[in-house]
Structures are given as C-alpha cells and as structure tokens.
Design a binder for this molecule. Sequence first.
Ligand code: M6R
Length: 352
Amino acid sequence: GKSGYDHYMLKEIHEQPRALRKCLRGRVDELGGTVELDELDEPPRPTAVQFVACGTSYHAALYGAQLFQDAGIPAQAFLASEYVTSPPPTGDALVVGVTQSGETADTLSALREAKGRGARTLALTNVVGSTVSRECDHVIYIRAGPEIGVAASKTFASQLAALNLFALATANGGDRDGLGALRDLPSEVQAVIDDSTAADVAAEYLDADGYFFIGRGLNYPVALEGALKLKEITYRHAEGFAAGELKHGPLALVTENTPVIAIATGDGELARKTVGNVKEVEARNAPVIAVTDGQSDIERYADHVLPIPETHPRTAAVLANVQLQLFAYHTAARLGRSIDKPRNLAKSVTVE
Ligand code: M6R
C-alpha cells in the first residue's frame, strides 16, 4: 500500500534514502578505496562507452556519460530510438542500456543493434530476470525495489548512484572523495526531503504559462529530468535546457509568468556562468527559483531558494533532483492530477 502517503510517487520519493542504501550496500570498500560489483566477475575495461536509454533513463545516461568522460574514458549517451543512426562503436567499446524496467522496446532494440555491430553489452536495470538482464553480456542491478508510480523517482536516484559505482569500478578505484560522497548520499537525501519547502514554492506558480529548467554539466541532465517530471504529472508545459542555450532562442519565451528553475552547485566556472544566465532571465522579470548549495551568489538573483547541502558535484546532482521531484509532485497535487497514473502514459513502453 501507500503507507499513509497520498500517492505512490510521494512514498517512492521518501523511499530514496533506503533505496540508495540498498544500492550501495556491500559494494563500497572505503578503506581500500574500491568498488566491488558482485554481478560482474571482472569489471569490463572498455576503451569507450556508449549509453542507450529513453526518457528518465536517458537523463541518467547523460549523467553516466559525463562520469566516464571525467574518468578519461570516452563516452556518449544516445536516445535508444535514435541509436541506429549513430556512428558504430569502435575498438573495445561497451554499449550500456540504462532501463529501469528492463523491458523498454526501444532500448532492447538498440542493444540488439549494438550486438549486431559486434559490441559487448551491459544492462543497468532494476528488475532481476528482465529481458535486458537476459540479453546483455553483463548486468548491474540498481536495487531500488519496486516502483509503482508511472513517473520514475527513486529508480532515477538509484540509477545515478549505480552509475557512480560502475564508473568507479571501471576506473579502478582511488577516488576517495567520490566514495565518501556516495556514503553520505542517503542521509543527505533524507535531509533534503525533511527540510524541503518545494511544496510552498510550487503553490505560488500554479498558474504559470510554462516552466523552464536550466543547469550545466552534471546539472544539465537534472534540468531535463525536472522538466520531464513536471510535464508528465502536471500536464503543464515545461522545458529543460543547458543553461547556456537559453539565450540562443528559448529566452524569447521567458516572461514574468514563466518561472525559471536554475540549478547551480559548487563555486566553479559552471555555477558562475549559470548565475550569468539567471541574471538575463531576472532582467526579463521571470521568477527565479534557485536550487543551490549556497556556494555561488545565485541567491542574490532568486525569488526562492531550494537549498541542498554542500557536497561532491556528482552527488549534488542527485540532491538537486530531489528538490525538483518535490516541486513537480506538489504542483501536480495542488492541481489535482492523477499523479501515479498520468494520462496517456504507461510504466513500461513495450512498443517502438
Ligand atoms: O523502464 P525504462 O527505464 O527503460 O523506461 C524508460 C522511460 O519510459 C521512462 O524512464 C519514462 O521516461 C519515465 N516513466 C518518466 O518518468
């Protein structure tokens, strides 16, 4: 049952700390600085990685590709339904299907295409015994537990955590900061859930003409995911952009009735440039909702702040996403939407 929550989605958002603990349990050796994934006899050591996925899982794939890039392994994410048009994998490339259900037709077909091209394949999935787990050469389970809400919430968080484990295992350890950040992630997610004011902020923008989500780097897929979640469960128009792209067109849509939800974490170049983009929307009188760890001066230009604790950039993305999940959920709840079963959508999409 829903254990007292109004919707499965809210229950599943609240289950994230537990789901993340399950994902990490027994897989991280902090003393040795290594990651052990039992499902893999040997971590594959690919020369390059291609991710294929759809929807929310594609956003996880974009994030995963950045992790591998950062570890010095060339990586790209493709929409599974577009994979046939991509350049074939070269050398000892690994093609990774990210699919919560393990049954998504587009993703299965991209993986079959990859096999046909001679690549090794790996499934990152939640469902033991799923089609993807049977068809791929390797499998990593995200261990999120069953997800009932059509909108992916805890499975996305667990995908991001499992992608961290996978990247750390492939890079062969040595990243103590990354491991430490993962260890702290479940309790940080709990703290964000406990302190979130997203419900109050959401209540102020129920009549918005549209919602824009912006972020850079690892926060770019989070912006895409924030927008997808909002449109899926509220039926309102929302778009996610790389923050730098706003001025190349979408800025024409920005008005005082289109809140811009900007994610800026850390104190580096990416955050500084995102703050620059936020100044542009503020000058057009758009309400700004900043999701931030307080390390940049974005708060100065924001009407509302949804805070997250200061942490590693990789886990900051997970925490920022929790605020966006709650923002979407509470907007949909106020609008009285069918949150767990949005119109026209199915939990797993088994047609191409
Ligand atoms: O089961 P999968 O992860 O392969 O599903 C892919 C998408 O259909 C899925 O992520 C969809 O976008 C979400 N339900 C959106 O919340």
